[in-house]
Structure formats: C-alpha cells, structure tokens
Design a protein around this ligand. Structure first.
Ligand SMILES: Cc1cc2nc3c(=O)[nH]c(=O)nc-3n(C[C@H](O)[C@H](O)[C@H](O)COP(=O)(O)O)c2cc1C
Length: 391
C-alpha cells in the first residue's frame, strides 16, 4: 500500500463550547470548552480533530509523491490513524472517493481558503420543514429576545450631517416591472408550465447571445447578465416536474444552441422527491413546475483566475446576476419565481454526477404559475417608504 498527504489542509484552533457526556456524568453542564486543533481537508466534508503529534506526521508525509507504508514505519500507528480519518490518502479501493475528490483539488487552481469554505459549507441532508416542525428554528421574535434587535434597517454613517436629498426619480414601465418582482412561495401545484414560457425563460436568462474568441482556446461568452472574465462559468440544470412537452427528470441546458440534454428521466414521484431534497425540505417551493440548479464550473473560471482571492466571490456574483434576470423575466411573463441557496449540495452533486471540486452547485431558482391562494408568507404588502426629495 502506498500513501500521500491530501493536497489541501487548513488547521483551526477551535474553542467553541461542545457537548460532552463525561462533563454531564461528572456533574458539569454537559459542555467542554477546551481548545482543540481541527483539520479541514478539501476532499472531506467535515473537520477532523487532530493532535500536535498528528500534525507533525502530516508534515513528514509527502504531498506530491506516493510513499510505501513501510517507509513511514518510524511514525508508527499515527499513520494509520491519519489514514482512517482521511488526512492521509492511500492508493487502495477503500480510498477511491477521497482520492477522486483530492484529485479535483489538485487539478483546479483554487485559492485554498475558498476551497475549504466550499467543501465544508455544503449541506448533505437538511430538512428545513422538519426542523421547523420540531421547533429547532427560531422565530423573529425569539431571535430579538435572544440576541437583541437586528442592526437597524435605516443605516446611518454620519448622523451628525444633514442628508442631501436627491431629485424625484423618473418612472417608466421598467419601474412597474421592478415593483411587481417578488419571491413566490405559493405555486399552483397542478399547473403545467407552457412550452413557450419555459423556452422564453431559458433563452432569456441562460442562453448565450454571442461569443468572441479572445485567443485560440479562449472563448468569451455574452449573455443578458454580466459574468466575471466574460467566461460564463455557470451551468443551468433543469429539474422538470410539469412542463408541456417534456418528461419529468433532469436535463442540462445547452446555452449555445438553446436545447436540453436529457440526463435522467424519471417518474413524477421521483422528480418530486428530488425537488424536496434539492431545496432542503422547503415545502413552499417543492411543487414548482421547474427548478434550475446553477452550478459553478470552478475549472473554467479558475483557469483564468488562478488561486485568485476574488474568483470564488465572482462565481456567487455571477449566479446572483442570473437570478435577478430570472426574477425580472418571470415577472414580465406573469410567473411566480424564487431563488434559494438553502440547498442540499450533496443531493444535487449525486443526482447530476458532478465532478468533485471541479463543478459544484451554488444556488437554485424555480418558476411557474402562482396559486391564487397565499398560504405561505410573501413580502407582498409592505409599508411604503417615501423618499425625501425637494421637488
Ligand atoms: C440569495 C438568496 C437566498 C434566498 N434564500 C431563500 C430561502 O432559502 N428560502 C426562502 O423562502 N426565500 C429565500 N430567499 C428569498 C428572500 O427571502 C426574499 O428575497 C426576501 O424575503 C425579499 O422578498 P422579495 O424577494 O419578495 O422582495 C432568498 C433570496 C436570496 C437573494
């Protein structure tokens, strides 16, 4: 058996209070507050507690060349402990998944802190509705009671200064569209989305408008939203539940030719199950006719922005722009829509068979006909804010 150290490892000195049975049994409050080392590896999804002895062995094991277990005999059982925790990776079958994820981290020019945040920030199997029902989510009132009032909505930086009022804004149909935009949490669970409305949404939001070859092997893409580096490294995957002319299932949108690659066709019940898991059990979104998962192709953006401190941020901004274009397009078509980042990343990765750490989900949007009854809260009625302007 040969082994090597995983490629990326960040170590944190953690001192958050944590549950401890021994503390309870000895009459304490059940919490332990001592400092401990936590190692965050890019190919793992949870941190691993380590000792200084573990860290010394990790430093001694090469990262880029394989060594035999015998060559590390002097390090004794600590090597086996690190292998069991995944911080050392071997070339055997049992470590195939870890190796494949670690290879993704090696091949793509990630900035290490972003890589760790991405790898460890994903969700596996969260169910928000179930948490709500078991009382695990705090209401706004409970948050205020526990943490005091939220920092003010009306944020002043120089309260001693008199603000300069701006002139009255102009109004056009665009303002009517902007004012009508809102997040829908009440879809018509029986409605089928018409094929033209669906095609219009896909083309307007994710379709490529044009391309320009910047150099042989480097093609910039133009869409209706801006994108960092002109690369448009965000992909759109469609989960169809009820669209005229399309079987339920998962599809990949081809931005260049405005068509769908069928990936996994399935029954309506299976599509509903994916929808439920993708949005982490947010019941108010489940029955939307169409969801679009937006994934980031890290390998494409980081090809240009190599180990760049801003590149991961750029991908989130790209997805945000696409989301707003989606909101406005849906509003113009009279459809309800939403965006959520509260997604079960692992369920999405598995369903779409995404290459680990080369491409990953960032957010999910959905759109379709609204229900005529509001049962889950929307920000439809608000207290109007009257701007101060002189004329
Ligand atoms: C990045 C992002 C993530 C969001 N995630 C959720 C979510 O998980 N669940 C949800 O019900 N709404 C979600 N929303 C919708 C917001 O709650 C909503 O935009 C906000 O309440 C304002 O309402 P409006 O969009 O109607 O103006 C999200 C919005 C954004 C921009």
């Amino acid at each position: 058996m040969r082994l090597r150290r995983c490629h990326h490892l960040l170590v944190e000195l953690d001192q958050e209070a944590r549950f401890d049975v021994a503390s309870l049994l000895s009459g304490g409050d059940g919490l332990v507050r001592s400092a401990r080392w936590l190692a965050y590896a890019a190919h793992l999804t949870a941190p691993v507690e380590v000792s200084l002895e573990h860290l010394a062995v990790l430093q001694a094991v090469p990262r880029d060349t394989w060594v035999t277990r015998e060559a590390m005999a002097a390090q004794g059982e600590v090597v086996d402990e690190l292998l069991a925790r995944g911080l050392l990776v071997n070339d055997g079958e049992a470590h195939a998944d870890w190796r494949s994820r670690d290879q993704g981290a090696r091949d793509v020019a990630w900035w290490p802190p972003a890589l760790i945040a991405h790898a460890h920030g994903g969700w596996g199997d969260v169910d928000i509705q179930a948490r709500n029902e078991s009382g695990l989510m705090l209401s706004s009132q409970q948050m205020v009671d526990a943490f005091g009032p939220a920092p003010a909505a009306d944020h002043r930086r120089v309260p001693a200064q008199t603000p300069v009022p701006l002139s009255a804004p102009r109004h056009s149909d665009f303002d009517v569209l902007l004012a009508a935009r809102r997040t829908c949490r009440n879809f018509d669970g029986d409605a089928v989305l018409g094929r033209e409305a669906f095609a219009t949404m896909m083309r307007r939001v994710w379709g490529a408008v044009g391309t320009r070859e910047l150099a042989p092997g480097a093609v910039a893409v133009k869409k209706t939203s801006p994108a960092g580096g002109g690369l448009h490294a965000v992909e759109a995957y469609v989960l169809v539940q009820r669209v005229e002319g399309l079987a339920p299932g998962l599809y990949h949108y081809l931005a260049m030719e405005h068509s769908l690659e069928p990936m996994r066709l399935c029954s309506a019940a299976e599509a509903a199950d994916w929808a439920h898991r993708f949005v982490a059990g947010q019941d108010w979104f489940n029955n939307v006719p169409v969801m679009v998962v937006m994934t980031a192709r890290f390998d494409r953006l980081f090809w240009k922005y190599r180990r760049h401190t801003k590149a991961w941020r750029v991908l989130h901004l790209d997805v945000g722009h696409l989301s707003q274009t989606m909101y406005l397009s849906a509003t113009e078509l009279g459809l309800g829509c939403f965006v959520t980042a509260a997604i079960n990343d692992r369920a999405v990765e598995t369903a779409l068979d995404l290459p680990p750490l080369r491409e990953g989900p960032i957010a999910l949007v959905g759109f379709g006909p609204r229900s005529d009854r509001i049962t889950t809260m929307e920000l439809d009625s608000v207290v109007p804010v009257t701007p101060a302007h002189p004329d």
